[in-house]
Design a protein around this ligand. Structure first.
Ligand code: ADP
Ligand code: ZN
Ligand code: ZN
Length: 684
């Protein structure tokens, strides 16, 4: 008996328009079965999708070419997750569903897949599946125990709310994740652990690997080779891996026995995908857990305001870890007012004298310090002292950054790189000088201020080569470094034991950003940075966090001084409420890119015109198009238009109706390079 089946394929024609096509099958195929189907002259991978209720077309259907049923079908919950994600983020179902599969999997035919699976099973002989060498588990403290009890209760309550594990830095959150995962495994379920970055924190990966039986843990992230990614994905899909530790794309891992979802550092902006389908892995993780009726644990010392709002309104439940492990004290926060320095000619000193003194004391006592500056390179811009020329990028609305070690000017946005000119390109003056300071220059200046100190730098440049990142971290852990200089990379999750002083030398730039999320991000960043200090309860000297600022009265620093997240979050939420910003409003951005800004703008205007009646019916506000802060990147002009609604469902209904219209409008604007809808945009 043959019948039509709906197959979802990745075709550009169907972007944003569903994407299921009908094919003929000789036998009944379970939804979620991977198939290969003819499409035009090609043969492509597809996924059998549950029949939509729609009339089967009268045209003659083409038969399915192959079914890849050597592996089990994707579970109905996985299909539901993808349907939700495509709908919510306004992407084509086929485009998204196939894009989140390993690229290698999409290339295999039935016999190749069967061969891969045989090889995989051979590799995993039971002998290899021995238990991990037993590690001595710490005895949980009261707060950790209470958290675990709540997670256990959520595992048997299908209506349990999402759980926020709100713990100060070093309070043992990771230990709770590991125990909760172990409990899931005892129930014969799989655990999904999402982290913002795996490569940055090899320590975390090692900790997870050491805790569970070998081969039962896999890491799923974008730095894997295609073959590794396929193998990892298959191990999770076949249920052979019990713990999947991964970055945002792992939220789509197929896990047939899912029993727990953990989102570590849930506030981290890197959970939001910034191109293609602009999904939030944190939000999808919550939805996925809800679909599968399993507990979801969001962990953070500084939860996102969205999450905090849900806690305050009772939709999420907060589990608190208020104390550091072993009673280690949080660092004392010292806000130094740069305005108090005596006025002298020229730029202010790199380090305020009392901070320099504090660093010298730590050095003399053999303790480590961390100096944090969120800007890499030597100086953010070079300028000519005679004519005022500055090292602008020819292709972007940005300065090119001076990198001294290889004497280049580099654009951090488009990559445009040139040797530093010997003389000013405008006037020939030989005196061109760096303006401002990045980590490379800070490292150099600290070397002059702290003679004899062993200084290391931890940023995207210094850790680029293979093994460099691990080497630097190992040297810090081994006590071979006295002062660590770094960008935000250094603030993330590292369990440094010997650092007793952290200094933020230029935290002011973020205070006056036009992005309404900037204060929230900066607070999280500074509290994370502070969290690297004083993690060893046995240390004898109290730890400190220094802030050098020209704005010591800023509310952000006042809250930081008290380590008072709740106060800061409360005041931010008040501001957001009165300004009608998220989480009290729901936003989407329509982004457009073209060589000519006028083309992008015309597209957005036309888009707004087609939307006018629908927007009015749904009570959705459409703001006029504006350029983003970085208007031009790599020679392409960008424009954006904000759409706002007080209700998520209204915004969703509006966007779903608007999207097909936008596809039509797009055809009338030939010069447009790209356009995209960004639901719940991160940066505005
Ligand atoms: P967080 O994730 O909140 O920063 P971690 O889970 O990394 O905290 O814990 C910090 C350190 O304390 C780690 O070295 C961890 O092994 C240790 N630790 C966690 N819980 C306990 C405990 N109950 N007893 C002793 N040590 C613990
Ligand atoms: Zn000049
Ligand atoms: Zn550029």
């Amino acid at each position: 008996m043959t019948g039509p089946v709906a197959v979802v394929v990745d075709t550009p024609q169907h972007a944003g328009l569903g994407g299921a096509l009908d094919y003929l099958s000789e036998q009944t195929l379970a939804p979620g079965t991977l198939v290969r189907v003819p499409l035009g002259r090609r043969e492509v991978a597809g996924i059998v999708w549950p029949h939509a209720t729609r009339p089967v077309p009268e045209v003659v259907l083409r038969p399915i070419a192959q079914q890849l049923d050597a592996m089990p079908a994707l579970a109905p919950q996985w299909l539901s997750l993808l349907e939700f994600a495509a709908g919510y983020y306004q992407r084509g179902l086929g485009e998204l569903a196939l894009a989140v599969l390993p690229p290698e999997l999409r290339k295999l035919d039935a016999s190749q897949l069967a061969q891969r699976l045989r090889r995989l099973h051979k590799k995993l002989r039971p002998a290899d599946d021995a238990a991990a060498a037993p590690v001595a588990l710490p005895t949980l403290n009261d707060e950790q125990t209470a958290a675990l009890v709540a997670i256990d209760a959520a595992a048997v309550d299908p209506h349990a709310p999402p759980l926020l594990l709100h713990g100060v830095t070093g309070s043992g959150k990771t230990e709770v994740y590991l125990r909760a995962a172990a409990r899931a495994l005892e129930r014969r379920r799989q655990a999904l652990m999402l982290v913002p970055e795996i490569n940055l924190t090899p320590q975390l990966l090692a900790r997870v690997m050491a805790r569970f039986p070998a081969q039962r843990v896999v890491a799923l992230h974008s730095a894997l080779t295609p073959a590794q990614r396929l193998q990892t994905w298959l191990l999770a899909h076949l249920g052979l891996a019990d713990v999947v530790l991964g970055t945002r794309l792992a939220v789509f891992a197929s896990m047939p026995r899912l029993g727990l979802v953990v989102v570590d550092e849930e506030h981290d902006a890197s959970y939001k995908q910034q191109e293609g389908a602009r999904y939030s892995a944190r939000d999808l993780a919550i939805y996925r857990a809800h679909l599968e009726r399993v507990p979801v644990l969001l962990g953070s010392a500084t939860p996102s305001l969205e999450t905090w709002h849900h806690v305050l309104s009772g939709r999420y439940r907060r589990l608190a870890l208020e104390r550091r492990i072993g009673g280690a004290a949080l660092p004392r926060v010292r806000v130094f007012d740069m305005g108090r320095l005596p006025r002298v000619q020229g730029p202010p000193p790199v380090l305020a004298p009392p901070l320099l003194e504090a660093l010298r004391e730590r050095l003399a006592r053999g303790e480590q310090s961390l100096v944090f500056l969120n800007r890499r390179g030597y100086a953010p811009v070079l300028h000519c002292t005679a004519c005022g020329w500055k090292s602008a990028c020819a292709h972007c609305t940005a300065w090119r950054v001076f990198h001294k070690h290889d004497r280049t000017l580099r654009c951090h946005h488009c990559g445009f790189t040139e040797r530093v000119p010997r003389a000013c390109p405008e006037c020939g003056n030989l005196d061109i000088a760096p303006l401002g300071r990045g980590t490379e220059r800070l490292e150099e200046q600290l070397g002059e201020l702290l003679p004899g100190a062993r200084i290391a730098r931890f940023d995207a440049d210094a850790t680029r080569g293979k093994g460099n990142l691990e080497r630097t971290l190992a040297a810090v852990h081994a006590g071979e470094i006295d002062v660590l200089v770094g960008t935000q990379m250094v603030t993330k999750g590292h369990d440094f034991r010997r650092i007793t002083l952290v200094a933020a030398v230029n935290p002011d730039a973020a205070l006056f950003s036009s992005d309404f999320r900037a204060p929230e991000r900066q607070f999280a960043l500074l509290l994370q940075a502070a969290g690297r200090a004083g993690r060893d309860a046995a240390a004898t000297t109290p730890s400190e966090m220094w802030i050098q600022t020209w704005h010591p009265q800023h509310a952000l620093f006042a809250a930081l001084r008290e380590h008072d997240y709740a106060r800061f979050a409360g005041s931010q939420l008040d501001e957001r409420r009165s300004a009608g910003l998220p989480p009290f409003a729901h936003l989407a951005l329509l982004r457009a890119e073209a060589r000519d800004a006028a083309v992008a703008q015309a597209f957005l205007r036309a888009g707004a015109e087609t939307a006018a009646t629908m927007a009015e019916a749904e009570g959705v506000m459409i703001y006029p198009p504006v350029p983003p802060t970085m208007q031009r990147v790599a020679g392409i002009e960008r424009m954006q238009m904000l759409v706002e609604s007080s209700a998520r469902v209204r915004l969703q209904r509006f966007l779903s109706a608007w999207l097909p219209k936008l596809h039509e409008v797009r055809f009338a604007h030939k010069g447009l390079a790209r356009w995209a809808v960004d639901v719940d945009p991160q940066a505005i």
